[in-house]
Design a protein around this ligand. Structure first.
Ligand SMILES: Nc1nc2c(ncn2[C@@H]2O[C@H](COP(=O)(O)OP(=O)(O)OP(=O)(O)O)[C@@H](O)[C@H]2O)c(=O)[nH]1
Ligand SMILES: [Mg+2]
Length: 267
């Protein structure tokens, strides 16, 4: 149903594009399009046909509809169930389910800050690199089932990478983080996915997180680039976040809990 809709929009785009091209060719006096039939053709200073603007506007709207649709398609791989969710502010010992999550990505992209924001709702502006690894816990109830998420926060620098190998194998989910203002951290995503392929379970779930979304004016990695990457790499969820403002930080783990709960129900 949705595919048919997008096909129609694509067809419309092609038609609009043709109309725009023919109009422009007409404007430039090349003899095609109604502008060429203008009573006083003047190729030197063509007056743009206002209709072109309407077509260009329609084209832009359609392109955006396709983009939004593509974005929702990535996250459609996620659960569509409306589970009740309650984030627990205190540790509990009688949890029924427990899952391990590994958080990887280049140094300084904000992995530790995201974990801190999600679990303690604080933000640390002074950078203190994680030594080796740290772990934090996130307690949540999904459909009234208490769950514990164990987050393995790793250090992004080369020297410690061999240390974290064992965490890959035990994790149900890998959260791969880059920073939207750091181009290298985005290009290194390939490296991190390779690590996962080599060291993780074949069926490990992957989330892609573009952190530091508050630094819009310094943005290097566009949402489009990330969506494209997410689509080609079978990533279950892509979110932009900001540990600084708190935007989407807790949502990462809420979505993680829902996905892992649903997978648990299936097996
Ligand atoms: N503006 C902004 N700064 C952030 C954000 N998240 C983290 N930072 C800053 O980025 C720096 C690095 O954050 P960390 O969370 O320590 O980065 P990390 O990925 O854990 O780094 P390693 O432990 O070295 O792998 C710190 O100075 C943070 O204050 C964010 O969302 N927005
Ligand atoms: Mg860290």
């Amino acid at each position: 149903m949705k595919n048919k809709f997008i096909k129609k929009i694509n067809l419309l785009n092609i038609i609009y594009l043709f109309i725009i091209i023919f109009e422009l060719i007409g404007d430039w006096g090349l003899g095609i399009g109604d502008w060429a039939q203008s009573p006083i053709p003047n190729p030197q200073s063509p007056i743009p046909n206002p209709l072109i603007l309407v077509y260009i506007f329609a084209l832009l709207i359609n392109i955006n509809i396709i983009k939004i649709n593509k974005y929702s398609k990535i996250n459609k791989k996620m659960s569509q169930e409306n589970y009740t969710v309650e984030v627990l502010s205190q540790e509990i010992s009688d949890f029924e389910l427990s899952f391990k999550i590994i958080i990887i990505g280049d140094s300084g992209v904000g992995k530790s800050c995201l974990c801190l924001r999600a679990t303690k709702n604080v933000f640390e502006s002074l950078y203190s690199p994680t030594i080796g690894f740290e772990f934090m816990t996130f307690f949540i109830k999904v459909d009234d089932k208490p769950m514990k998420l164990q987050m393995w926060d790793t250090y992004g620098q080369e020297v410690y990478r061999s240390l974290i190998t064992s965490f890959y194998t035990n994790s149900s989910l890998a959260i791969v983080v880059y920073s939207i203002e750091n181009e290298d951290s985005f290009s290194n995503l390939e490296f991190w996915l390779n690590e996962l392929r080599l060291k993780g379970n074949a069926d490990i779930n992957i989330f892609l997180i573009g952190n530091k979304a508050d630094l819009e004016d310094k943005r290097k990695a566009t949402k489009d680039m990330a969506q494209q990457f997410a689509e080609t790499n079978k990533i279950k969820l892509f979110l932009e976040t900001s540990a600084k403002t708190g935007f989407n930080a807790q949502n990462i783990f809420i979505e993680a809990a829902k996905l892992l709960y649903e997978q648990h129900l299936k097996f």
